[in-house]
Design a protein around this ligand. Structure first.
Ligand code: GAL
Length: 997
């Protein structure tokens, strides 16, 4: 298959491309091991010799641990007109132990690659090994943070040896899916966000490794700031990019915008002028921290909402960026031990697609931008002719910022406007003089607050149509049934005009609110109007206008060419599309079968679709059902109306109340005579973790050094009573927002709390004296038991790559009199080398007794357990740990996508933590005294929508106080449609082969 790399696009049969640019094999000057099918110049990327605007978003498949749902995200991104996704892979899950490479289940890449090929989505893969991503250790496998003596992310030999098998595994999975093999992968990023000073050799080693491998696509990089890392010299990549998060990550005041930096283009021209302007991550949302004052993800969605996207993304367009990826487009869930200490379970991110896969209002703006870019190939190659801050004279008032971009080949011009003060809410009619092939033209355009708009000059669309200028915005342009079709739009209440060559005999009447002045070119003025208007309707051309909302209701699904390579990749394998408007929530796929337009998609209400399709289309099928179809008056040909019926299946959904809880104590470790002889003895005196023990007797009590790197770890320190001991001093390190509860024998001493990350005073470790109450000491052997939550490992902090090596555990231990004999440690069964649950993986479990016994797994027999309601909390209102388990049945109708959450209903404040297991998967960590998360979306596929489900709540009460959690199932939304059948694969307790306790 390597042969493909040497073939030209024509030889590949890519003759359907309308905008084939000349294919110059010398354009690149890159290493000979690379394919020419991916190339770039100073303007843009080209694939198969054809330019594209890489229009992308970030998606982490491991944060949606149900591979059958991945096509849902891909289809939603594709349906917005986007053409690409950017994907971090997670070393921590894929390479859980030295020498173990596991691409099964949610760790797999193949299903993603197949789904991307199917959906027609290009992929930029970002395997790290370091990815940052608000994930523990920035994605590095936990074992290497303790096993590698050398500095992480350097050329230290043992660090090198630690990433090779993982990167090789990634290469083996990925190489067959590169574009050269007919696959979707077009680039691979080297590591992530680093400094060349620290990591030049490490980067070079990665690059050399790829060069010697079957990877033939370009290597890219994501710089954390305007630092010019890895552009030249050792470790330099092929294509440099930079990430921008202009609103940063505090969503508390979502309407207060930070100012827009105006030097993006200038920096690019200084840094890498011979390359296209690439932002591998531009802010698509924000992460949120632990703590009662954390604003939650809806605030992040507001902060980065449609107005932000409009103003800031188009500012990047104005800075001539031609590769943009929005981080995140779907955030998902940092389930199990995934999060780094700074974030909680939800990684919703306020992204366009929410954690439960529902489309936020941001999706409308995504579509407007996606379809404009898809419709406008002239925009893929533009020169920056100036902006009003740098001397561009367009006659606009001073408080308006205008940039002029021009396609040097076609002379298409793009004037991008916004207020100078990006946060301004002023509503102004901006006069402007633009340059066209017919000379300068005076016009005006309304900027109503936080908006950005584009005035077009000499804009070509379809096969041969042209617009001389337009203050109306382009939603869609293309060819349908050999006819040039354009859908323009404007905000309700704002006047717009466009000058267009109208072609062919018009069948439409002039709509109300529209005036058409014939001349050399015809000028169409539209004032204050709503709905969809037909401006011109001939055999050669269909010109439509709509208000913004109506336009945004349209989808333009790709109609794949089943016979072509890249048959579903827009403008590579096909240029065929139809317009489907009028309010379907989502149009996923389209094809034409004889006279029938076959659509799949989702509805959340009944609606009537307006369809513009080839005239041969007489019938429409929606999700397999024939629709009632009639002619539409939008056009004299190829326009249909189809009733999309919402069956109201939501009425058939009733979620059960969670009840019938069974209870069992999960802390036998504090009972007299508990036998810990099978536990690991913690007697190491050496560690590779740079933060050494603070005090004690030289023993290192760091969980990861004993194979227990994630989730809850238990420690037992034995000492002989002298009769004198009154206290123990413990310095406990759990990462920010941790907790550790300490007992002497069966007597609760206290809990050590790490503060919340947004409490201004982050604490990852505390040194406390735990006093022994009268009578707690017994004769002979005494045991200090510590239940400790490990919140994950840090990302690279303050330029120190070794900051991901964390001393999670007990950094200091000292009795006020006498010494400890044995220290014992227990984490997940088998540690990272031998954990039994290969399906759910190394991130899922911790070391609680109930987890070790498998009580969290479906199928565990709880019939002998005590009946006790969750709201009764632990017995006697004591500090401790108990498991509550129940089952419930779901009977969700087929053909429905109905996201469900598990929601804690009581107020924040009580001192408890919950590890929430659903069918064995740890889908949430509830920290009731910190918050903010109380609602935990659980994906279909983890939940069985047509069967019995098990929920297990590991409840850890951290004080001698009553706690009273209440948990309910909540239905978040109901869509008729969905991605299709979801496989359920939740191994039962018996199948994990673990022993009974
Ligand atoms: C970027 C980084 C991402 C993620 C993001 C914040 O700088 O590359 O991995 O951490 O910040 O969400």
């Amino acid at each position: 298959m390597k042969l493909l790399a040497r073939l030209s696009p024509l030889a590949l049969g890519l003759t359907t491309a309308v905008h084939a640019f000349s294919f110059d094999l010398d354009v690149l000057g890159r290493a000979p091991s690379y394919t020419d099918l991916v190339s770039f110049d100073n303007y843009s990327l080209s694939l198969l010799g054809q330019r594209l605007f890489l229009h992308s978003g970030e998606f982490h498949t491991y944060r949606l641990p149900v591979p059958d749902l991945w096509p849902d995200i891909l289809q939603k991104v594709k349906a917005a007109g986007f053409n690409s996704l950017s994907i971090y892979t997670h070393m921590g899950s894929i390479n859980p132990a030295p020498g173990v490479i596991d691409f099964d289940g949610y760790r797999a890449l193949k299903p993603l690659y197949e789904a991307a090929k199917e959906a027609g989505i290009w992929l930029v893969m970002r395997p790290g090994p370091y990815i940052n991503a608000e994930i523990s250790a920035g994605g590095l496998a936990h074992w290497l943070t303790s096993e590698v003596a050398g500095t992480l992310r350097t050329n230290a030999t043992d660090f090198h040896d630690s990433w090779v098998p993982y990167i090789q595994g990634f290469i083996d999975e990925t190489a067959p899916y590169q574009i050269t093999e007919g696959g979707p992968v077009i680039a691979v990023q080297i590591d992530n966000e680093y400094s060349q000073k620290l990591g030049a050799e490490f980067f070079q080693e990665l690059i050399d490794y790829y060069h010697a491998s079957d990877i033939v696509v370009p290597l890219t990089y994501n710089d954390p700031g305007q630092n010019k890392n890895f552009i030249n010299g050792t470790g330099a990549v092929d294509l440099y990019g930079i990430d921008y998060y202009p609103q940063l990550f505090d969503c508390s005041n979502p309407y207060d915008w930070k100012p827009l930096r105006s030097n993006y283009l200038q920096y690019h021209l200084e840094a890498n002028p011979s390359q296209p302007h690439y932002s591998p991550e531009f802010q698509g949302g924000a992460f949120d921290a632990w703590g009662p004052t954390a604003p939650g993800y809806d605030s992040c969605a507001t902060l980065t909402g449609p107005d932000f996207m409009d103003v800031f993304y188009k500012h990047m367009w104005a800075s001539n960026a031609k590769l943009m990826s929005y981080y995140m487009i779907y955030g998902g869930t940092s389930w199990g031990a995934m999060p780094f200490p700074g974030v909680y379970t939800s990684y919703d991110y306020g992204a366009t697609i929410s954690e439960n896969r529902v489309l936020r209002n941001k999706y409308g703006e995504l579509k407007r931008q996606g379809f404009f870019i898809r419709s406008s190939p002239d925009f893929y190659k533009t020169q920056w002719l100036g902006d009003t801050l740098n001397g561009l004279k367009v006659g606009a008032p001073e408080d308006t910022f205008v940039t002029h971009l021009l396609n040097p080949d076609t002379q298409a011009g793009f004037y991008i406007l916004r207020h100078n003060d990006s946060a301004s809410r002023d509503n102004v009619d901006v006069p402007i003089t633009i340059q066209t092939s017919a000379g300068p033209i005076d016009t005006s355009i309304v900027l109503d607050g936080r908006q950005s708009k584009i005035i077009l000059a000499d804009y070509k669309f379809g096969a041969s149509s042209s617009i001389l200028y337009s203050t109306a915005q382009v939603y869609f342009a293309g060819v349908i049934d050999d006819r040039d079709v354009i859908l323009l739009y404007g905000d309700e209440g704002q006047d717009v005009e466009f000058a267009i060559d109208l072609v062919g005999e018009n069948n439409a009447e002039v709509p109300e609110g529209v005036s058409i002045t014939e001349g050399n070119t015809t000028v169409v003025s539209v004032s204050t109007t709503t709905g969809l208007l037909t401006i011109h309707d001939s055999d050669a051309q269909l010109v439509l206008f709509a208000d913004t909302e109506t336009a945004t209701g349209f989808f333009a699904p790709t109609i794949p060419d089943a016979t072509a390579d890249f048959g579903n990749f827009w403008s590579y394998g096909t240029n065929n599309t139809v317009l489907v408007g009028g309010g379907p929530y989502l149009v996923r796929t389209a094809s034409i079968d004889g006279e029938t337009l076959v659509l799949t998609g989702d509805l959340n209400t009944s609606t009537t679709a307006t369809i513009i399709a080839p005239a041969s289309v007489q019938a429409v099928k929606w999700n397999g059902v024939d629709l009632e179809v009639s002619a539409s008056n939008v056009s004299s040909k190829g326009a249909l109306q189809a009733a999309l019926p919402f069956a109201g299946l939501s009425e058939q959904i009733s979620l059960p109340t969670l009840g019938g809880w069974k209870y069992r104590d999960s802390l036998p470790e504090i009972t007299t005579g508990y036998d810990d002889s099978a536990w690991t003895i913690a007697n190491k005196t050496q560690t590779n973790i740079p933060q050494k023990p603070l005090y004690g007797d030289g023993r290192v009590l760091y969980g990861c050094d004993y194979g227990f790197c994630e989730n809850i770890v238990l420690w037992r320190g034995h000492f002989n009573s002298t009769g004198e001991q009154k206290s123990v001093n413990l310095s406990i390190n759990g990462g920010q927002a941790y907790a550790a509860t300490v007992w002497l024998n069966d007597v609760f001493l206290n809990t050590s709390y790490g503060n919340s990350t947004n409490n201004r005073n982050p604490i990852e470790e505390r040194d406390l004296v735990f006093n022994f109450p009268e009578g707690a000491l017994v004769d002979g052997d005494n045991v200090i038991t510590v239940v400790q939550d490990n919140m994950g490992l840090n990302e690279t902090n303050g330029g120190n790559p070794n900051s991901s090596k964390g001393p999670r555990g007990i950094r200091g231990f000292q009795l006020d009199s006498g010494n400890f004999s044995d220290w014992k440690v227990q984490g997940k069964v088998g540690g990272y080398t031998d954990f039994p649950d290969k399906k759910r993986g190394v991130m899922n479990e911790g070391g609680l007794f109930g987890e070790r016994a498998g009580w969290h797994l479906p199928g565990y027999d709880t019939s002998e357990w005590e009946e006790r309601d969750l709201s009764q909390g632990l017995a006697e209102g004591k500090a401790g740990v108990g498991f509550f388990v129940t089952t419930f049945d779901l009977d969700i109708p087929e053909g429905v996508d109905a996201p469900i959450s598990l929601t804690f209903e009581e107020e924040l404040g009580a001192a408890y933590r919950v590890y929430l297991f659903v069918n064995g998967w740890m889908m949430g960590k509830r920290v009731a005294n910190l918050g903010p998360q109380y609602k935990f979306p659980v994906h279909e596929g983890i939940l069985d929508y047509h069967g019995t489900n098990t929920v297990a709540v590991a409840l850890w009460a951290m004080e001698d106080e009553e706690v009273s959690p209440t948990l309910a199932l909540t239905l978040d939304a109901v869509f008729e449609g969905g991605v299709g059948e979801i496989t359920i694969d939740n191994p039962q307790w018996e199948a994990t082969g673990r022993e009974v306790e």
